[in-house]
Write a protein that binds this ligand. Structure first.
Ligand code: NAD
Ligand code: TYD
Length: 358
């Protein structure tokens, strides 16, 4: 077995942040397997061009032959699985890709990992890890007074996205329980930060605000999410990978519960300060309440005390500091935004928003 790790989905939002942070901290090579769907973008990894610590392979986690040959060639000591279809609204319009990648793809990846792991010598078998990156959405929706999700909260996924991630978590659990594959699962709250595709709330609002377009808020804007800066999520994954107990799951969250309206107001207020509108007025004037998402989960909240107490993890960013960094990043990376918001992106915006009357 080598020192290298295999990362899947490393050209997406969280995966690319993870790859960049990892290689900024150490020289352990990464083999990055990504299908480059609409959400995958090699521009996120441009700073690694010519860096032989990063090997990029375009391909599908569901392609067993490819996965098997990568494991045989690079003999990694761990797999970190970010690859997924990740957007709830897209899962409502077209759930099939979610089942294919998140359920069937994860199954094939797991099964190839098992085959590889079973062929290792006893020392390497003990050291190997399969870390599955998942979401708090598997736990369903909370009422206003409910305690936050813990690792023992029963699964109750409500969207096709959440159901497909829940299924993948169950497969990971079963591969540990049945075959003793050394797995770890993390369930994290909503991430934000650099390189997030502008179909998700925060980058979408920034993009629309600067373009003078309406800022679409589903329903009454009172839905609550717990927000975590992406670098804090990546730090938690590194910690769980190195020191997490095999077979365990760890919840990751920022203790930053905000309603969507609060988030959008904060974004508008920061923009008003750092990039005032040329014609005067506030970006808040662009807010438009639109038809709600079907089955819209009302509240997510995470109890991350297991991760904090067992492994000593703490988020470094508050929501206020993280959101300012994020706004600055999007302002400084207009070209990146321009590239990812052409073509397919426009078709998606029409599909998702045309029928949501303001
Ligand atoms: P993303 O949509 O930005 O990126 C997903 C990446 O996976 C893309 O690069 C895409 O090309 C790749 N991919 C998709 N299907 C693939 C396949 N079949 N084979 C190989 N690569 C494939 O997603 P993200 O926001 O970076 O999320 C990464 C992971 O973290 C996902 O598993 C998601 O469920 C989980 N997660 C996300 C959040 C969040 O707020 N974004 C929160 C908690 C957990
Ligand atoms: P999103 O970023 O899609 O993440 P998730 O659905 O995984 O939580 O959405 C975050 C919240 O913002 C969610 O409650 C839905 C809401 N939302 C809007 O109000 N308007 C939008 O245009 C989008 C994309 C999301």
């Amino acid at each position: 077995m080598n020192e290298a790790i295999l990362v899947t989905g490393g050209a997406g939002f969280i995966g690319s942040n993870f790859v960049l942070d990892w290689l900024a901290r150490c020289d352990v090579p990464i083999v990055n397997l990504d299908k480059l769907t609409y959400a995958g973008n090699l521009e996120n990894l441009a700073s690694l061009r010519g860096d032989d610590r990063h090997v990029f392979v375009r391909g599908d986690i569901g392609d067993r032959h490819l996965v098997g040959s990568l494991l045989a060639e690079y003999r990694p000591r761990a797999i970190v699985n970010f690859a997924a279809e990740s957007h709830v609204d897209r899962s409502i319009h077209g759930p099939e890709d979610f089942i294919q990648t998140n359920v069937v793809g994860t199954f094939h990846l797991l099964d190839e990992a098992r085959r590889y792991w079973e062929g290792l010598n006893p020392r390497d078998r003990a050291a190997f890890r399969f870390l599955h990156v998942s979401t708090d959405e598997v736990y369903g929706s909370l009422g206003p007074e409910d305690p936050p999700f813990s690792e023992t909260t029963p699964y109750a996924p409500n969207s096709p996205y959440a159901a497909s991630k829940a299924a993948s978590d169950h497969l990971v659990r079963a591969y540990h329980h049945t075959y003793h594959l050394p797995t770890l699962t993390t369930n994290c709250s909503n991430n934000y930060g650099p390189y997030q595709f502008p179909e998700k709330l925060i980058p979408l609002v920034l993009h629309h605000a600067l373009a003078g377009k309406p800022l679409p808020i589903y329903g009454d804007g009172g839905n609550v999410r717990d927000w975590l800066y992406v670098a804090d999520h990546c730090a938690a994954i590194r910690l769980v990978l190195e020191r997490g107990r095999v077979g365990e799951t760890y919840n990751i969250g920022g203790c930053n519960e905000k309603t969507n309206l609060e988030v959008v107001h904060m974004l508008c207020d920061i923009l008003d300060e750092v990039r005032p509108k040329t014609g005067g007025g506030s970006y808040r004037d662009q807010i438009a309440f639109v038809t709600d998402r079907p089955g819209h989960d009302r509240r997510y909240a995470i109890d991350a005390s297991k991760l904090m107490h067992e492994l000593g993890w703490q988020p470094r960013e508050s929501f206020e500091s993280g959101i300012r960094k994020t706004v600055q990043w999007y302002l400084a990376h207009g070209e990146w935004v321009a590239h990812v918001t052409s073509g397919e992106y426009r078709a998606w915006i029409t599909k998702n928003y045309a029928e949501r009357a303001a």
